[in-house]
Design a protein around this ligand. Structure first.
Ligand code: NAI
Length: 455
């Protein structure tokens, strides 16, 4: 049989593409070597949220006094938290398998390898001794953690002293001292969990700020919140070695060390492009990622790529949209991928939600903009629920066109609010149009309305 579409990789890009394509009537197979749901569902977004939710409940029990609630003998059973996390993952993975089946996609479990094109011009992919043929291919093999050539890191991973996002989610005991290398999203979310459950956490970050591209003021507020909770941040510190229960770093030419019972390595991820046979089709790469155009096409006819593999925006929700764009184009419906309104969230407590330009990126691009910065204390619900909270919200507006180009917030529910701002940016809404929108009251989301009316 010749499939209309073979999808290589069953993560968010792959399983969603397979579901959509099969639903639209294309004969579709999706090949997955480890687990359907990919990194996001099995060892990333979802399991970390399960852990963080347990930590949040635990924090409520510890810090309820200021809300008039006291609890005694609070305890967290980390093994039970991990057990529940596994149950959540299992449920959702079986949901994906069910959805693939319900839509008529064939799920193939095994390691796929692109072998090239056959005499009929069809793309061929092998899984063990079986060879599958298809008119189209979508490459969605995702990404894996960057493991730098820092002395001791590889040995540390082998011995279990150094963990990546994969192993840390299954730790059975809470380490007394956890040192996190890299103050990006994974590092901060895990620092948050282990700080809540009692580890002494140190974050060693090479740059002069945490949270990567996040608005500088918001990343400073986030850092101060966690510093108050006891997380030790070492900024401008480049790790030079990992050994003997310690992480050694260099700052301004001086070498220092921090004690560690476990180390989390979270310095970024790289696209998985090796050992999948890309060279057999001549798929072009740039800086280790597959090059895609705005239709998610690669340089090879009928071959598409979506998700972390193209290195553009390593987020599951970007992967979903890229997968839809690829499938629509395969179906002959023109659809274009845009990256200007992709929200990003850091699931710390408080949460950070951002979309669009920051003051820093807008200035770099020479955009003439106004910024409305407002304290979260203008939201009644925020004040009711956050004793002593110091969150802010920023809205950036392009002065020339009057449209909203960026929204950044640090507060509870930011993760659930930010999509509304993405909608406004995606639809190029002007301030005047946004002012006509009715927000429910009392909600934390009203802060966006307060901010735009302050301009
Ligand atoms: P990241 O790129 O977010 O952060 C890595 C950090 O490590 C950077 O701040 C970098 O300056 C620092 N670093 C690099 N080398 C270093 C060194 N030698 N010493 C000290 N610091 C060093 O990468 P992360 O946190 O590993 O996340 C990987 C991917 O997973 C990201 O693309 C992220 O978008 C995605 N992700 C998204 C989440 C979300 O949306 N909530 C949650 C978790 C992951």
């Amino acid at each position: 049989m010749v499939y209309d579409l073979i999808v290589l990789g069953g993560g968010p890009a792959g399983y969603l593409a397979a579901e959509r394509a099969a639903h639209a009537g294309l004969s579709t197979a999706v090949i997955e070597k480890r687990f359907f749901g990919g990194c996001c569902l099995n060892e990333g977004c979802i399991p970390s949220k399960a852990l963080l939710y347990s930590a949040k409940i635990f924090d409520y029990t510890k810090h309820g006094e200021k809300y008039g609630v006291t609890a005694e003998n609070q305890k967290i059973d980390h093994a039970k938290v991990v057990e529940r996390k596994n149950k959540v993952v299992k449920t959702l993975v079986s949901g994906i398998k069910g959805a693939l089946k319900a839509n008529g996609a064939v799920a193939i479990e095994g390691e796929g390898y692109i072998t090239g094109k056959n005499a009929d011009g069809n793309i061929t992919v092998s899984v063990g001794n079986d060879v599958y043929e298809s008119k189209h291919l979508l490459i969605a093999t995702g990404s894996m953690p960057v493991v730098p050539p820092i002395p001791g890191v590889k040995e540390g991973i082998d011995s279990g002293f150094v963990l990546t996002n994969r192993e840390i989610l299954d730790l059975q005991e809470i380490p007394e001292n956890l040192t996190v290398i890299g103050g990006g999203v994974i590092g901060l979310e895990m620092a948050s969990y282990f700080n809540s459950v009692g580890s002494r956490v140190t974050v060693v970050e090479m740059l002069d700020k945490i949270a990567g591209p996040t608005d500088r003021e918001i990343s400073e507020i986030l850092m101060n919140n966690y510093a108050k909770k006891g997380v030790d941040f070492r900024l401008g510190c480049k790790v030079v070695s990992v050994e003997n229960g310690a992480v050694t770093y260099e700052k301004d030419g001086v070498t220092e060390s921090v004690k560690a019972d476990k180390v989390l390595l979270s310095i970024g991820r790289r696209a998985v492009t090796k050992n999948i046979g890309l060279e057999n089709l001549g798929v072009a790469l740039e800086r280790g990622a597959v090059i895609t155009d705005r239709y998610m096409k690669t340089n090879v006819a009928n071959v598409y790529a979506a998700g972390d593999i193209n290195g553009k925006s390593m987020l599951a929700h970007t992967a979903y949209r890229e997968a839809e764009v690829a499938v629509n184009n395969i179906l002959g419906k023109k659809d274009v991928m845009r990256y200007t309104a992709i929200p990003s969230v850091i699931y710390t407590n408080p949460e950070v939600g951002s979309v669009g330009e920051t003051e820093q990126t807008a200035a770099q691009k020479g955009i003439d903009f106004t910024v409305a910065k407002i304290s979260m204390r203008y939201s009644g619900r925020y004040v009711a629920e956050n004793e002593g909270g110091d969150g802010i919200c920023k809205v950036l507006v392009n002065k020339k066109y009057g449209n909203v180009i960026g929204v950044h917030m640090i507060c509870n529910y930011a993760s659930e609010i930010i999509w509304g701002a993405a909608l406004a940016i995606e639809q190029e809404m002007t301030l005047d149009r946004m002012k006509e929108v009715v927000f429910p009251h009392p909600t934390v989301s009203e802060i966006i309305r307060e901010a735009i009316f302050s301009i």
